[in-house]
Write a protein that binds this ligand. Structure first.
Ligand SMILES: *Cc1c(COP(=O)(O)O)cnc(C)c1O
Length: 414
């Protein structure tokens, strides 16, 4: 249980404000340790972490498999650059090709290892452009979806929907157009021989956990194939068991041209991948792309441990089952104004009629929960996949009280 901001936290907050660039606002907590799905702040208060480092910590904090892999690798070979290969890097690329297409990745599929989601998408963007530029006719246009989030570097930012994120940095790369999600007619109308690629997230996490219909993904696949454009599926948040499957797009049965993964991959270590399927695996040749750290052996060893543990501990099935029963339990609370409980696996969105999500986050913090609001009306839960049934139930039990506190603080519901 939290007892509120203590002296140690206040001292760190002051030093933070004096030294760290103010891009995230005042930190909600100063965290010093963690175990499993729990984190501990500078004053010793413990929290159940239902944000998981923003959908990152698939195995929670200090998981023995990750600790062992990282400490063993850093004591053996820490970094060599991409002028050299390392066993963890090669194993990881092979393993990713297996999980992205469990039936067998198409001939020619290859992986580029990067450090973050936005970099994985930059790589995808370069594949899309280079593929288009190698063709006969100009393809200046790229389609992305309304409410999309693909990252903060300027290429990925151009594909990101929120004008607030993009406008201060204009002009960004030209040619990007946003079409509505889940409206099959929209990409159909926007598509043409001048489109180089289409970017989609199978579940839009930053937008508040908005699921793409399988029909829409299938239509996007058909249209891109028909027009010779590439289909990029951004699984940075939704991939690697988060939604109960290796990849959220698996449910639709489509095979994309490019898939990007990041957040959960390293169990908290920064590593990402851009997976080119079939011909997209060889669009980038020598000298066309690079990275100093990408695929670093320590991060790759962590990622191998994560993929192995997801398999050995049955965490995909756990994510699917716990997610489904948790959503049912949350709905069954019958909280007035809780309009919708949505999502897949352990990526869950709670949509309220009134703007109480930030108030619930605050009330949750005081009650010992780390929560996240993606909008004034939307809560997102993206806990570690090692979350137990009992831990999930503590939040279910607490939620009606948190909602009440939030509504009391914010005044009457309009
Ligand atoms: C978080 C996220 C990104 C960006 O990842 P970073 O590691 O923050 O660069 C890109 N796409 C999606 C879908 C994400 O959720």
């Amino acid at each position: 249980m939290s007892t509120g901001t203590g002296q140690r936290t206040a001292a760190w907050d002051e030093r933070y404000a004096g030294a760290v660039m103010d891009t995230f606002g005042t930190p909600q907590l100063v965290l010093v340790s963690g175990h499993g799905s729990h984190v501990v702040d500078a004053d010793g208060n413990e929290y159940l972490d239902l944000l998981g480092g923003i959908a990152v910590n698939l195995l929670g904090q200090a998981h023995p498999a990750v600790v062992h892999a990282v400490s063993g690798q850093v004591a053996t070979l820490g970094h060599v650059s991409n002028f050299f290969a390392t066993p963890p890097q090669v194993r990881l690329a092979e393993h990713l090709l297996q999980v992205v297409e469990p039936g067998g990745a198409p001939q020619g599929s290859r992986v580029f290892l990067a450090n973050s989601g936005t970099e994985a998408n930059e790589c995808a963007l370069k594949i899309v452009r280079a593929h288009a530029n190698a063709g006969d006719a100009p393809r200046p246009r790229i389609l992305a979806l309304e409410h999309a989030f693909h990252g903060r570097s300027t290429g990925a930012l151009a594909l990101t929907w929120k004008a607030k994120y993009r406008d201060p940095f204009a002009p960004l790369i030209p040619g990007v157009e946003f079409v509505p999600a889940n409206d099959v007619a929209a990409p159909d109308a926007a598509m043409g021989p001048d489109v180089a690629g289409v970017f989609v997230e199978p579940v839009q996490g930053e937008a508040g956990v908005l699921d793409l219909d399988d029909d829409f993904l299938v239509a996007a696949r058909d249209l891109t194939t028909q027009h010779g454009a590439l289909l990029v599926v951004d699984e940075v948040q939704s991939g690697l068991g988060r939604t109960g499957e290796w990849m959220a797009h698996h449910r639709s049965g489509i095979v994309p041209d490019v898939v990007t993964v990041a957040k959960g991959l390293g169990g908290g270590m920064p590593i990402a991948a851009c997976i080119g399927l079939g011909g997209s695996g060889s669009v980038l040749g020598p000298g066309m792309h690079g990275t100093t750290f990408g695929g670093n052996p320590v991060c790759a060893a962590a990622a191998n441990a994560v993929l192995d543990t997801l398999e050995s501990d049955g965490l995909l099935a756990h994510s699917a089952l716990l997610g489904a029963s948790w959503r049912d339990d949350l709905k069954a609370l019958g909280i007035p104004g809780l309009r919708e409980v949505r999502g897949r696996g352990l990526l869950i969105g709670l949509e309220f009629d009134d703007a109480i999500a930030p108030g619930i986050v605050r009330a949750g913090r005081a009650a010992g929960f780390v929560l996240n609001a993606t909008s004034p009306t939307t809560l997102r839960l993206a806990p570690p996949l090692v979350l137990t049934v009992d831990e999930a139930a503590t939040f279910t039990d607490a939620l009606p009280g948190l909602v009440l506190t939030a509504r009391t603080q914010e005044g009457p519901v309009s």
